[in-house]
Design a protein around this ligand. Structure first.
Ligand code: DGL
Length: 274
């Protein structure tokens, strides 16, 4: 056992995990965070399941060797709904996952209609369907696999403009009336989406409660770090607040804008091609 600071590896396909990073930093200011984005594999929402599981296992093996974290937070619904069990079987370190917040949405809705925005991969998953059947069987659920929403968030985080018409097209399938009743709660079932919350509020046809699971993930992570013993993991080659990317960023050696403004000020490339 040792007294060193705890270390979290926060993982996503791209910048989406930043919505979770903000909640982790608020809840756990004394904990070191290393962020890893499988940019070579982005977007995960479009992968076939078998290939994506293989990809995630491969990337995770390399990342765990590099970072030696006390806990891994999979800040990605598309990866969690597919690979969380396999990751837990394969590796010893505790994993916290991110899955669509259907349970709290079903409790919160007053109209009985909830919208779920997710990547096409998450929308197709058995895991997501089971969440709906288990917790929202009494609700009407409009589940939409948005083909480009995560990419729109990436554009914004890289400093680009958000195309409002494209954004509306991505979210409008959950803004349909069902028998004269409207969704009053929309689940943000991809960690990229809270990063577009202001813009989505602007274009949404009517106001709804948007559910971001990040605070619940941060609470779960805190309880795991409090309960767990910290093994002396030996020397680590990655400093806290580092962003690890699995491919070179488009503008060379610079940290993509969204990461820098979230306090990740060091960049490391772990070249893990497809
Ligand atoms: N941020 C990821 C999620 O929560 C997925 C984005 C993607 O790679 O398609 O599902």
């Amino acid at each position: 056992m040792s007294n060193r600071r705890s270390r979290i590896l926060l993982f996503d396909s791209g910048t989406g995990g930043l919505s979770v990073a903000h909640a982790l930093r608020a809840q756990l200011p004394e904990v070191d965070i290393v962020y890893a984005a499988d940019t070579a594999g982005f977007p995960y929402g479009k992968w076939a399941e078998v290939l994506l599981v293989r990809r995630i296992l491969r990337v995770m093996r390399d990342l765990l060797d590099l970072v030696k974290p006390d806990c891994v937070v999979i800040g990605c619904n598309t990866a969690s709904t597919l690979a969380l069990d396999v990751l837990r079987e394969e590796f010893q370190v505790p994993f916290v996952g991110t899955v669509p917040a259907i349970k709290p949405a079903a409790v919160q809705t007053k109209t009985g209609v909830i919208g779920v925005l997710a990547t096409p991969g998450t929308a197709r998953r058995e895991y997501t369907k089971t969440l709906i059947h288990t917790y929202a069987f009494h609700c009407k659920v409009m589940l939409h696999g948005a083909p480009r929403l995560a990419e729109i968030a990436e554009v914004k985080l890289a400093g680009g403009d958000v195309d409002k018409a494209a954004l509306l097209a991505e979210i409008s399938p959950v803004f349909r009336e069902k028998g004269g009743v409207r969704a009053d709660v929309v689940v943000l079932g991809c960690t990229h989406y809270p990063l577009l919350l202001d813009e989505m509020k602007d274009v949404a046809p009517w106001p709804v409660a948007w559910i971001d699971p990040a605070p619940a993930i941060a609470r779960r992570t805190a309880s795991i770090l409090t309960d767990g013993d910290k093994a002396d993991a030996g020397p680590v080659s990655v400093e806290r607040d580092t962003v690890i990317l699995t491919s070179k960023p488009v503008d060379g050696g610079r940290i993509p804008a969204g990461f820098a403004s979230a306090g990740f000020d060091k960049l490391q490339i772990a070249d893990i091609p497809l």
